[in-house]
Design a protein around this ligand. Sequence first.
Ligand SMILES: Cc1cc2nc3c(=O)[nH]c(=O)nc-3n(C[C@H](O)[C@H](O)[C@H](O)COP(=O)(O)O)c2cc1C
Length: 171
Amino acid sequence: MQIQSLTQERAFDGDVPTPDEMRRAMGRFASGVTVVTGLDDDGPVGFACQSFASVSLEPPLVLFCADHRGRAWPRIRRAGRFTVNVLGAEQTDLCGRFGSSRGLKFDGLDWELSRWGTPTLPGVLMRVHAEVHDVHVAGDHDIVVGRVTELECPAEDRPMVFYRGAFGLDG
Ligand SMILES: Cc1cc2nc3c(=O)[nH]c(=O)nc-3n(C[C@H](O)[C@H](O)[C@H](O)COP(=O)(O)O)c2cc1C
């Protein structure tokens, strides 16, 4: 696993967007929602994640961005493998569980262990099983590149869409 830094000299000297301005403007970019899960000796972990993307077809690579303040990501990183569970439009309960550090997460949830040794969530549109391939430090997040080991497409429902801080396209 390589660790690289993407920090660069800043050429522009004026006011840069504040975190709040970034959050509000970037919210205009509609995305799907996933839950990234992993497992270590202390049990299952996971967090809601919209910064998921496909990177390369050959070799098969995906990425997600993980906040340095998150509790789940350091444990997933140490475990070295993860599953990206892509949520359907009706799975707002799962998004609520995994979208906050105070969420219930796996309490009372009907999850299963994949062949890859990671937690899988029920009823999702797609699962990407992957190993941690590269981690790039980028500001207050890590860009995590995963090498895909297996894909599953268990359901055909409509996707969850997150837009301007809310579900659906009416933001
Ligand atoms: C719709 C949605 C999308 C999110 N996307 C991301 C993301 O891309 N990266 C990230 O680090 N956190 C993201 N979060 C926030 C984390 O899910 C949240 O901070 C997480 O529950 C932290 O839990 P942990 O401290 O147990 O890791 C998102 C939250 C929501 C509700």
